[in-house]
Design a binder for this molecule. Structure first.
Ligand code: HEC
Ligand code: HEC
Length: 303
């Protein structure tokens, strides 16, 4: 069982890391340490030592850049990446005032924190922020938003890479979380054939992807579970339940869910026990085939 530290703990770990390494090699790291007004030690421009001014001047404008349209890669990143649309690159919704649209200083700081989760100064090229917009032909990754950069020479790619290089190469990468397949097969997959009252089962509309129906009167085969799992992982931001589309789409908008889902709502609150059990799995905390009570179903019969 992997226990993830909270963000606050991570920040503390990062600071302790600098303080410890600072006492070891005084001269090279002192520039990362500043004292705030109350005399506490802080790490300048955290997280990961990344340069905030550089971010604000050169990276944030990439997210808001007008690209000529409203479909796929003609769309500005921000159109899909605010809280409402809930894709992993969590940008704060823009402030609109007197016909102007912008991020306030405080909002930019918040964006900076969120975006930093997607970069990895100790292994820059593996940064999700570099891989998503990049064409898979040159090493990028599958991205619903489309292809924005055809090569690593693209000016935006270069800017992002330069920004990542301002970070501390020793800052530890975000802990890698992997959702457990066994837990999916035993405890998650049955959700797709067990609708709540007055709703259709997920299999009705998502049978081609993650909600493959089981064979008649039997449980899914191992292979069917594998296929469904791979499709569902794509709708999960591992380690971060709230930015996972799987938990966002079927959540009611009043509870912070997506504004639209053709399949209706399954959860009306983030405290829904079923949703909480799923969140724990996405955080990497639930593994194996013992299902918590919120995820125990009789249908289909277990093998
Ligand atoms: C048309 C909507 C859309 C646009 C425009 C868009 N994205 Fe995305 N993006 C998504 C969705 C949906 C996801 C989550 C699923 C996925 O990875 O495809 C995502 C995922 C991501 C991720 C996380 C990938 C991962 O590892 O999970 C990053 C980083 C990202 N986008 C960056 C960008 C950047 C930078 C831009 C602009 C240059 C952009 N996106 C434009 C829809 C969009
Ligand atoms: C009546 C048909 C229907 C049912 C039932 C349904 N959905 Fe959907 N779902 C859709 C459609 C259509 C879309 C795409 C358009 C949209 O976002 O509404 C979608 C989108 C989604 C997405 C986002 C997919 C993506 O690629 O971004 C997720 C996640 C999702 N549904 C989960 C579920 C889950 C979980 C269930 C069962 C609890 C469910 N849906 C039941 C019709 C349905």
């Amino acid at each position: 069982m992997i226990k993830l530290p909270t963000l606050q703990q991570l920040g503390f770990i990062l600071i302790s890391f600098f303080v410890v390494s600072c006492s070891e090699q005084e001269s090279s790291t002192t520039s990362n340490i500043a004292q705030d007004s109350s005399g506490n030690m802080t790490v300048r421009d955290t997280p990961k030592g990344l340069d905030y001014e550089f971010y604000k001047e050169s990276i944030e404008p990439i997210f808001i850049r007008y690209r000529g349209g409203f479909v796929g890669s003609d769309t500005a990143c921000v159109a899909c990446h605010t809280v409402q649309a809930n894709a992993p690159l969590g940008l704060v919704a823009l402030t609109e005032e007197n016909g102007e649209v912008y991020w306030t200083e405080e909002q930019s700081r918040q964006n900076f924190e969120n975006v930093a989760m997607l970069v990895n100064p100790s292994d820059p090229e593996s940064s999700r922020l570099l891989l998503a917009p990049l064409s898979p032909i040159v090493g990028g990754e599958r991205h619903s938003g489309g292809i924005f950069w055809n090569s690593t020479d693209h000016s935006e790619y270069r800017l992002v890479a330069d920004w990542i290089a301002t970070g501390d190469p020793r800052a530890s990468a975000d802990p890698v979380v992997e959702v457990d397949f066994e837990f999916f097969r035993s405890c998650v997959q049955p959700i797709f054939v067990n609708p709540i009252e007055n709703a259709m089962p997920c299999t009705e509309c998502h049978s081609g992807v993650f909600a493959i129906p089981p064979p008649a009167n039997a449980y899914w085969t191992e292979e069917q579970s594998r296929l469904a799992f791979e499709e569902l992982v794509y709708l999960i931001d591992q380690g971060r339940p709230d930015s996972s589309r799987f938990l966002h789409k079927p959540l009611h908008p009043n509870a912070g869910g997506d504004l639209m889902h053709n399949g209706g709502r399954r959860w009306y609150s983030k405290d829904d026990p079923e949703r909480q059990a799923l969140a724990s799995w996405i955080r990497g905390d639930s593994v194996g085939s013992q299902c918590p009570s919120a995820l125990q179903f009789d249908n289909p019969p277990r093998p």
